[in-house]
Design a protein around this ligand. Sequence first.
Ligand code: IPM
Ligand code: MN
Length: 350
Amino acid sequence: MYKIAVMPGDGTGPEVVKEGLKVLAHVSKKFGFKYTTKNFDCGGERYLKTGQTITDQEIADLKTFDAIYLGAIGHPDVKPGILEQGILLKTRFALDQYINLRPVKLYNQAFCPLKDKTPEDVDFVVVRENSEGLYKGMGEFQNKGTADEVAIQISYNTRKGVERCIRYAFEYTKKRNKRKNLTLCGKTNVLTFAWDLWKRTFDEVAKEYPDVTTDYAHVDATTMWFVKNPEWFDVIVTDNMFGDIITDLGAMVQGGMGIAAGGNLNPQGVSMYEPIGGSAPKYTGKNVINPLAAICSVGMLLEISLNEVKAAKAIEDAVIKIVRNDLKSLSAGKMGYSTTEIGDLVVKNI
Ligand code: IPM
Ligand code: MN
C-alpha cells in the first residue's frame, strides 16, 4: 500500500492534479497496486487566511510518505517569493530533494516551434541541481534604500552537493542508455569559483564512467544549441539557476508548459513530482488548462518512486497517442478538449 501526499496548491494546480489522480486511480486498478492519498492544503488561499506557508509539522509528516504529488504554487495576491520560498523551496530543501529531473521530449512534430525538428531530434533530459547555488538564499543588502545601495546574492556550491548531483547524472546517463553522453552546462569563463569546482568535480567523476562520453557547454551557448541542434543532447547536468532557465526553454521546445513534467528527487528519501508550468491564474477554474504535464508527473512518480514501471509506461504511451492523434494544440484553451476531457482521453487510451 503506497502512501502519496497530494498538494494541489494554487491556481490551476487543483484542476490538473484532479486529472492526474484520475489517471492514477485507473492504472492502479489495471496494474493491481493500492495506494492511499492525504491532502496537504498549502498555498496562497491558506496563507492569506492564516499567514501559514508550510509548517514544520507538515514537513515532518511529508517525510513519512512514499512520494509527493504537487500541482502549482503561486498566487496573484501574495507578494512574489513568499509562497515560492515558504512552500516549494522549503519542501525541496527540507526533504533534501537535491535533483530536479526534467525530461524534454517532443511527442508530436506539429507542436515543436523549431523548424524541421522531429521527435527523434528533441529527446533529452536535464539534471538540475536542486539544493544549492543561487537558490540557497544567501546574501545581503548594504545601505538599503540609499543611492549607495548594494544587493549581494551568493551562489553557494559545496563539493559534496556538486558531486552528488554529478554522480546522479552519470548514473542516470548510463541507465538511460541512449547515446550515453553527458553535457555539463555552466559558465567557466566568467563564474570562475563556482564553475571551477563544478568542472573539476565533473572531470574527476567522469573517470569512473569510461563508457559515458562527456561534453561541456556554456549556458548561453546551450540555449543556442537547444534551438539550433537539440539532437546534440542526451543528458545535461547543471546548477540550480541555469537549470531553472534552460528547462523553461526546454519546455517550449517539447511543445509547451502544458506537457513539461519534473521530479524533485531525493534518491535516498521522499521525492516530489510536479508539472513545471506554474499556477496560471488567468486560466484558473475555466477547465481549459492542459493537464498532461501533471499526468506525465504521475508517470514519473510511478516509475521513479514506486517502481511501477509498467503503469508509468502505459501512461506515457497513452499521452503519446493522444498528443499525436487527438489534440489540436498543447496550449490552454486551444487543445480542442477541456481539462477534464483530456484526463478522460488518457484513461480511455490506457
Ligand atoms: C521551477 C519554478 C520555481 C523555481 C519557482 C516557482 C520558485 O520556476 O520549479 O522551475 O525557480 O525553481
Ligand atoms: Mn522555473
